[in-house]
Structures are given as C-alpha cells and as structure tokens.
Design a protein around this ligand. Structure first.
Ligand code: SAH
Ligand code: SF4
Length: 373
C-alpha cells in the first residue's frame, strides 16, 4: 500500500524521508508542494531529483477525500459533501466574511455523544476520519476557493463540523499540526478553534500537545439539564469541565474560553438560567456564543425542540452581558443548503440516498432497485 502523505504531520513526514535515506529538507519541499501549491503529482515537483520522484511515485500518494457534492448558498456559504468510505459521508462548510474566510471542518463520520439537538448525533457513530480526510477538507477548500489574488482563502479553521474532535484525538492532533505548520498551511494557533462537548482528559492532553483556541459546548447551566442535552455530562460533569477549562487557559493562544450555548425555546433560555450560567462560569475567563437552534428533520418529527424567539435570545444575551462578559449571537449561515450548525448531513435520508447513488455509480450498479450490501 502506498503511504498517503496527507496522513503525515511534519515530523512524521521527515521521519518517512529519513527512513529512506533522504535529507530533512526534502520533506519540507514536498510539504510545500502538497499543502501550499496543492500539487498531487510527484512528477510535477520539479525541484526534486528524478530518482526521488520515482521513489515517491512507487511508494507514496497524495489522496484527498472524494467530493460528492458542492453547493453554494444564497449568502455565499459553500458546503462540500465528501465520501468517507462506503455508506458514510461528511461535510465541510466555508463561511466567507469581510475580513476572513472560515472553514468548518468535520472530524468523525457521525458522533457517539448523541446530543439531543444535533443531527450528526442522531446518525450514531460510524468512524473516525483519518488525518488525510481532516486536513484534506482544508486542502480542497483552498483549491476550490483560491484565485490569482488570494492564494490562501481559508484564514480560519473551526473544528465544529461533524463529530467530536477529542474522541478522535490522534488523527485530529496530526491534522492540527499540519494546519499550523509553516511548511504547510501556516495558520496561527489563534485562528484554529477546536470545539468540544467536554471530553475532560483529552482537553488536558490537547493543552500539552497542541493548544489551539478552545470552544466548549455548554448548552446548560446545571448538571440536571446538561445530562439530558449532552449525555457526555454524566461522565464529565460541569464542575470537572469548569476545572478543565481553567487548566487549559494558561496554555491557550487566547486568554478566554468560548462557551457555546444553543438556544432552545423553554428549555435553557430563561433569565434565571442566564444567571445560573454566570454563577457557573464565574471563575473561568470566557466569552459566550449563543447559537439559535437550527431544526433538522429528525429534530422536528421526533422531539419537541424549537428555536428560542429572537427577543428571548436578545434578553438572555443582555443578562449575560450585564455581567461584563462578551456575548455574541451566531448568525445563521447557509441554512438554505442545510449548512448551518447542527444541520450537517442534515436530512439523514437525503444524505443516505446521495451516498447510495454515488456508490452505485462507483460500482457500476443501476441507479436504483438492487439493495447494496
Ligand atoms: N462535537 C463538537 C463540535 C461539533 S458541533 C461539539 O459538540 O462541540 C459544533 C457546534 O454546533 C456545537 O456547539 C454544537 O452544540 C452545535 N450544534 C449542534 N447541533 C445544533 C443545532 N441543531 N443547532 C444549533 N447548533 C447546533
Ligand atoms: Fe457530537 Fe457535537 Fe453533535 Fe454533540 S453537538 S452529537 S458532540 S457533533
């Protein structure tokens, strides 16, 4: 099996070259071709000696995930659905703004945490993405979006797509290292944000190995409610989570943690709950990011979750802001193509149908009729 060089972070790539008797700087050259010039073909890497190119052709490959669909929303948000092997697909979303372009990246196909309000969770867990599949999302977005005037259109990355990044720790870590590597994407640690539902021991490992900006999905001000909304809370309750945030901060590139809070009508959005949230987070330097709940098909048919009314969200934000904390409310982007938070691989049935159609094409089967194994 050829080695997919997109799976290797800088140190592993250097080791791979060293084991074959090549100097370290060769790994750096290849990294630049691969991640900056976005070249796939070793023969085009003209500053490498011919014998090295031949060896690479024989032993290595550069393989990105295969794009199944590519859609652009009315507001310019762009979403790629790509294959993660038979029966699985994951998504990446690009959100253009005035001063920056943010790519929202997935780390797992499905998710085992199963938060009550999340479409990814409702699919169950399928598998971890490989480093190549995670970093490949950034690579293919840069290729699709770059222009003569803008070589690196993705300026920020958020690990807020499908999956819980800290439950796919090693692969996420390798991908993060490539994103930060100056011989690859060269993003600063402040411009890469990892969002977690609160896998406490892995937050400590991230602090030690690759501390990027941290967002924590809180969604509830007490254990009773959070146990229901984010089942992982039963394992790592709020007191432990708050302590983990405090331990993370001295390592973090920013001096605050962002607490994400999805606004659910009548569930977690009262003034009393806003006060409780302030008390809970009193000792953690933080900002709040309120996310209006985005409905998806399963959420509306099988649960009674609804988005808080806009006036309620404003009032909840006002209570938090009165304490002096910074509060932002996330603008819903790309919801006309199911690209908003929590809608990824939105309609499960729709996703499955698309994946099945692709598999049939790949395997040369008729468009419908025969059941797939
Ligand atoms: N698993 C990680 C990262 C992916 S989810 C985490 O949970 O943090 C990214 C953010 O989208 C999380 O804050 C998540 O709670 C939120 N989210 C999930 N489903 C949502 C929905 N239906 N509407 C709004 N936000 C949602
Ligand atoms: Fe998983 Fe995050 Fe969705 Fe929860 S919100 S189910 S942790 S992807």
């Amino acid at each position: 099996m050829p080695t997919n060089l997109l799976d290797l972070d800088g140190a592993s790539l250097r080791t791979w070259f060293a084991q074959r008797g090549h100097k370290e700087f060769r790994a750096r050259q290849v990294s630049k071709w691969m991640h900056q010039r976005l070249v796939d073909d070793f023969e085009q890497m003209t500053d490498l000696a011919r014998d090295l190119r031949e060896r690479l052709v024989a032993e290595a490959c550069i393989q990105e995930p295969q794009v199944i669909s590519d859609r652009t929303a009315a507001d310019g948000t762009r979403k790629w659905l790509f294959s993660a092997g038979p029966g699985n697909a994951v998504e990446a979303v690009f959100i253009p703004e005035e001063q920056r372009g943010t790519l929202c990246v997935s780390t797992q196909a499905g998710c085992a945490v199963d938060c009550a309000f999340c479409s990814t969770g409702k699919q169950g867990f399928a598998r971890n993405l490989t480093p190549a599949e995670i970093v490949g999302q950034l690579r293919l977005a840069n290729r699709a979006l770059r222009s003569a005037t803008d070589e690196r259109p993705v300026t920020n990355v958020v690990l807020m797509g499908m999956g819980e990044p800290l439950l796919n720790f090693d692969n996420t870590l390798a991908a993060l290292r490539v994103m930060l590597d100056d011989d690859a994407y060269g993003l600063s640690r402040r411009r890469v944000t990892l969002s977690t539902s609160g896998v406490v021991p892995m937050m400590d490992r991230l602090a030690q190995s690759c501390p990027v900006a941290l967002a924590v999905s809180l969604h509830a001000p007490n254990d009773r409610l959070r146990d229901e909304l984010v089942p992982l809370n039963r394992k790592y309750p709020l007191a432990e989570l708050m302590a983990a945030c405090q331990r993370y901060l001295p390592h973090a590139p920013r001096d605050f943690v962002t607490f994400e809070y999805v606004m659910l009508d009548g569930v977690n959005d009262s003034d009393a709950q806003a006060h409780e949230l302030l008390a809970l987070t009193r000792d953690v330097p933080c900002k709040f990011n309120l996310i209006p709940f985005n409905p998806f098909s399963v959420s509306t048919t099988r649960t009674a979750l609804r988005r808080s009314p806009a006036a309620r969200i404003r009032q909840f934000a006002a209570v938090l802001a009165a304490s002096g904390r910074v509060v932002t409310t996330r603008k819903t982007r790309g919801d006309d193509i199911d690209a908003a938070c929590g809608q990824l691989a939105g309609s499960v049935a729709d996703r499955t149908a698309r994946v099945v159609r692709l598999e049939r094409r790949v395997r040369g089967l008729p468009a419908d009729g025969v059941a797939l194994a």
